[in-house]
Design a protein around this ligand. Sequence first.
Ligand SMILES: CC(C)(COP(=O)(O)OP(=O)(O)OC[C@H]1O[C@@H](n2cnc3c(N)ncnc32)[C@H](O)[C@@H]1OP(=O)(O)O)[C@@H](O)C(=O)NCCC(=O)NCCS
Length: 394
Amino acid sequence: MRVRRATRGDLDALVRLEAAFPGDRLSRASFARFIEGTSADVWVATARDDAGGEPGRDVVVGDAVVNYRRGFHAARLYSLVTDPAWQGRGVGRALMEAVEAHALERGLVSVRLEVRDDNARAIAFYRRLGYVDVGLTHDFYEDHSDALRMRKRLRADAAQLLAVPYHPQSLDFTCGPASLMMALRSLGHAEPLGQAEELALWREATTVFMLAGHGGTSAHGLAVAALRRGFAAEVWVDQAGPPFLDTVRSSEKKRVIELAHEGFVEALARLGGRVRVGDFGADDVVEQLRAGRVPLVLVSGARLYAERIPHWVVATGFDDDHLYVHDPHLPEGARRADGVHLPLRRADFAQVARYGRARHRALVVVWRPGGGRQTAGVSRGGARAPRAPLPGSG
Ligand SMILES: CC(C)(COP(=O)(O)OP(=O)(O)OC[C@H]1O[C@@H](n2cnc3c(N)ncnc32)[C@H](O)[C@@H]1OP(=O)(O)O)[C@@H](O)C(=O)NCCC(=O)NCCS
């Protein structure tokens, strides 16, 4: 048996194999897109045709489709299927070995997948290959059945992850509020992760204008909202002064952004929030995580989504080479699992954590006064592990 990349010549075989797939099947057009695009790989396993047909000819006996998400360092197994006549003969294993070996070559940290929670055979297969359960997503498939989310880490250096609940932003401009909600919730804030709180935070923290649409939220605004809820917060910026001014043209809008900013600066001082002005890097973020504090990081939408927008994510953990983040923005067609603990190379931090021509850099660090680490537990190797302080962080 051999595993190789699929070509357009395999389309007939791929579509035929899909018949063996339970539920949501991939169309010919989707396969063609995956084969030709750069955001996915399609692998096929071929073997000598030993059951009729033309003896001695290689036929496709299984396939695996893997997606990659721009900017992040995890692979997602989108589909895996072995021809029923060939199941139990090592085809699935060989395909997964190719998927994982290639993911490692790309420097990726993990492979994630979703599998129907009633597909006992596939679940047993993935467990056998070292995949562990990371959660259940309700109503995942077309027929409303649930999906078990599984993941395998490809590297030995286990990540240290904070237990941060996930909340996707419900509007284009609420990445900041959604990120802050996740951070505060992980620190013990009782407010439910709903749209009402998201809007309340946005109204408190928005710069009013940004680009052509509604204003997003600034580091200063988010820090004020955290302080008002009884949390400690610090703003880290590389330059003093109002952010995002160069995203709007009219002087009237610029003036409004300045006024909003002045209000935040005043409120921050009144509520005891600190502002640090100076450059910072991935190591600083890691240091804050080690102390049980939760950093929100301003990142470049251009780097992650090819969209020129400033964007907030929550840092949730680290390993030797990566920072992990919850990203509140789910691209079209993505599911919650696509937003959780996404690895970002620490070496890329300087390019990713900045916005605009001015290369503005901003962080908001939040924690519980009197010691955030008691509540924001760091676990080794998975969000589901028991909450425990990081050894050596005290
Ligand atoms: C899941 C699937 C891809 C497995 O492929 P396969 O080619 O039959 O699996 P392999 O023969 O490579 O088996 C690999 C390992 O998993 C184990 N395994 C396979 N099926 C198993 C089962 N039902 N229970 C326990 N272990 C199982 C095998 O024993 C083998 O372990 P080993 O190599 O140490 O002996 C295949 O059953 C399939 O195509 N199912 C239909 C489509 C599907 O459900 N896809 C997954 C959706 S996410």
